[in-house]
Design a binder for this molecule. Structure first.
Ligand code: HEM
Length: 204
């Protein structure tokens, strides 16, 4: 299996799993399934449910937008999914920023998540604007940036699980991960974009 097929499969599987697991509150309720979020659900239900309702939808739709065949054969479907993705990012991003400003996880974690929310919504808005301007090559680049930030939902849960397996203190791990879940994603994507711009060795 080529590394590209492997990384695409991982993107699909992990995004699907985390999105479905995030909607567990629909089946079991917030108290039973994410008790540590109950204070958000009680004190700011609109922002909380906007976030946990729409962010998983953005995560679920994101890999679909990188499906080349669908984009080529059904451009209208790509555009419609893109609109739903963008609205989901906007609503859940605003919710996420509000949750970050009120989190009991501390100021550093609040800043980490808050800045992620600002960057996520801004980058996605720029990607949408470029698509409307028909600047498709740039739209692609900004959507890749947006996807890397959406994927923070997956990296966060992987790092959190690893930190607990290693027995690291939860509060400190959570604070570090509020930044580590997205800053490296953004840097890796910038590096990858930079490299893919360079002409191949021995090329023209
Ligand atoms: C990328 C921008 C995002 C920001 C700024 C953000 C922000 C936040 C914040 C601040 C909280 C509350 C944490 C606390 O107070 O301790 C939270 C919880 C949550 N977020 Fe996000 N989030 C983002 C993306 C996502 C995505 C893409 C998903 C999709 C799965 C998601 C799903 C959840 C869920 C399910 C919770 C409830 C707690 C849990 O189950 O881990 N978030 N988010």
């Amino acid at each position: 299996m080529s590394s590209s097929v492997l990384s695409r499969s991982l993107l699909w599987i992990l995004s699907l799993l985390v999105a479905l697991a995030s909607w567990r509150f629909i089946a079991f309720g917030v108290e039973a399934s994410m008790n540590f979020m109950l204070y958000h659900a009680q004190q700011r239900p609109l922002f909380f449910f906007a976030h946990v309702g729409f962010a998983p939808l953005a995560l679920l739709l994101m890999p679909v937008q990188f499906w080349t065949d669908l984009r080529r054969r059904r451009p209208a479907v790509h555009r419609w999914i893109g609109r739903v993705y963008a609205v989901s990012v906007l609503l859940s991003g605003i919710g996420g920023m509000l949750l970050a400003s009120q989190t009991e996880a501390g100021t550093v974690a609040g800043l980490g998540f808050g800045l992620l929310g600002v960057v996520w919504v801004s980058v996605t808005a720029r990607a949408v604007w470029l698509a409307r301007e028909k600047r498709i090559a740039e739209h692609r680049v900004w959507m890749i940036r947006s996807a890397a930030l959406t994927f923070a939902a997956v990296t966060l849960r992987i790092y959190l699980a690893v930190s607990q397996i290693l027995g690291w203190p939860f509060d400190l791990s959570y604070t570090v991960i509020s930044w580590a879940c997205w800053v490296p994603n953004a840097l890796v994507v910038e590096y990858w974009l930079l490299r893919s711009k360079k002409p191949a060795k021995g090329g023209l």
